[in-house]
Each structure stands twice: as C-alpha cells, then as structure tokens.
Design a protein around this ligand. Structure first.
Ligand code: ZN
Length: 303
C-alpha cells in the first residue's frame, strides 16, 4: 500500500510518498502558504494530483502540523501559519480529497516514528524533544501520545520567565510569540543561541558557526554556549523529574550537533533525581524527515 504524508512547517511543506515498508519513494518541498486557506488547499491538491498520477489514488493521508490541534474540536491553532488557524483540517481536507485524513502535531509525529521505528522502540515512556527554530516536545505513554486537555501537553518552552537568569548573564528580555516575556523558546533553540551570542558579543553569526567556534574553544562562543546549555538543562531537568522518561530522542537542527546533545544529556542526568546510567537525551534516528515519516504512521493501515 502506498502511503501519502505531509509535514506542514512554518517555512516549508514536505509532501512524501512511502511504500509498504515505510521507505520514502519521493519527496517534494514547497513554501508554506501562510495567509490564505485557498492557497494552502490549492498547493495541497496540486501536489497530491501529481503524486496520484504517478503512484495511484490516495486511500488516506497523514498530516503533521507545526500547530496545536484541539482534541475536542479538532481545530488547529497557529500564530505563524494563519492559513490553517481555526480549521478542522481532517474534516475539511477529507471533503476536498475524498479520502480519510489523519492529523497530528509535528512533535508528536516525530516522537511516534521514534517509538515505532527509531531509537525509542520498545520504550513505554518517551519524551521526544524538538530543538529547532524553537523548542517543543511530545510525551508518549505505552505507544500513545499524551495530548492533554487542550492538545498543549509538551509545550515546555513557554511560561518559563527567564528574566532573572538572563539579567544575571547580561542578556535582555525578549517578547515571545505566545505573548509572554523571556520564554525558553526564545533562548533554548537554534534562534535562541544566535540571540544569546548577538546580545553578548554584538556579532551576528549562525548556530553552526557558533558551535564550530565552541568546538575550537573560542572564548566568545564558549560563553554563549555555556549560558545556552545552562538555561536548557535547568528546564529539561524539571521535565525529567516530572515525567521520568526512558528516553528523550531529539529532532530539529540542533539534534545534528551530537556533541552538544551529549553535553546537555550529561548535565541533565547529573542534576535530575533519577539515576540514569545510560544516555537519556540522544539525537533521534529520524532527525531528517521524522515528522513526515511520523505523519505517514498516523494512517492506521501503516501500523
Ligand atoms: Zn512563549
């Protein structure tokens, strides 16, 4: 059976076709239409038509979205992707595409593929982390995603209010997209590291270059990365104490920095209450295309 899946991010949309064994046969990437539902659906219909011409009519579709989905109303909420905000994606797209549509949050899609096919196979308590543009996550218990009342479980990057810690490091507050000030989301992922480095040293360099300079023991980068790691580790330790997970696979751009993830893992395991002898926070097996692969696994026939 051919499986079709879409990963809707705030910048780009990946469309994928998978074979019976979950192998990715083809992927097409487009810029996400952010403001218009009509543009969003036109793009989706056009790409699906092209795929169906090559691989056959879709019997169902899995979609992962960088948005929250209310478990009761099934409506999506997103500050950045206004084109889908307030839409019941599964219902509305089912009537357009004439096939069942299964929708999941992107962090949960990534965690799903790690639980079913990746490094967290056989684990009952898995907290998948996203360290990308911002931070996010999703908790799986016995193979099931814990959505929470409003579908907001796993949003560990907001409401942290780092004001005092930032002030002590000579950093400024930042207004977060959620409306609060100085959330970890603004300092704990790729953009956050760049923000810290810019504020401390008045230099604009990207995450990769900051990390390369850190690896070369350059003083400015070492200071930035140390603050970055400390802010992340403080919150991750709380997450671990609350959830006591068996594994925390990481996706997002920073997951590619295995040495950074290993340092974060070492410190969290040192600080948390439980005694973890093996690495807990590890780069996921599906750092690339994890959400797209997990979206395909939302389709019941895929499991
Ligand atoms: Zn926030």
């Amino acid at each position: 059976m051919t499986l079709y899946a879409i990963d809707v991010g705030a910048t780009k949309m990946d469309f994928g076709v998978f074979d019976n064994d979950g192998e990715l046969l083809e992927k097409q990437t487009h810029k996400t239409p952010l403001d218009s539902w009509n543009h969003f659906t036109s793009l989706l219909i056009g790409q699906m038509d092209e795929f169906e011409g090559k691989y056959g009519k879709a019997k169902s579709l899995g979609i992962g979205v960088a948005a929250t989905v209310d478990p009761l109303t099934q409506k999506a909420s997103s500050a950045s992707i206004k084109s889908i905000a307030g839409r019941n994606l599964s219902k509305e797209l089912e009537s357009i595409l004439s096939c069942p549509v299964y929708v999941g949050v992107d962090a949960a899609c990534f965690t799903r593929v790690e639980v079913l096919k990746g490094k967290a196979q056989g684990k009952n308590y898995v907290f998948g982390l996203i360290l990308g543009t911002g931070v996010g996550g999703s908790f799986f218990i016995n193979g099931q995603v814990m959505k929470g009342r409003d579908g907001l479980a796993g949003e560990w990057g907001h409401g942290n209010n780092l004001h005092e810690k930032l002030k002590a490091c000579g950093l400024k507050d930042h207004l977060c997209g959620c409306g609060q000030t100085s959330c970890l989301d603004s300092y704990g992922a790729g953009k956050g590291l760049e923000r810290i480095h810019h504020q401390l040293h008045d230099v604009d360099i990207n995450t990769k270059n900051i990390l390369d300079a850190w690896r070369n023991s350059e003083a400015e980068a070492c200071k930035s990365v140390e603050i970055f790691i400390t802010l992340l580790v403080d919150q991750l330790t709380v997450n671990v104490n609350i959830l006591n997970p068996e594994m925390m696979p990481v996706a997002g751009g920073l997951a590619k920095a295995a040495d950074l993830i290993a340092e974060i893992d070492k410190r969290v395991r040192k600080n948390c209450i439980a005694n973890y002898e093996e690495p807990l926070i590890v780069p996921g097996e599906f750092i690339i295309d994890g959400c797209l692969r997990g979206a395909a696994l939302l389709i019941p026939a895929a499991n």
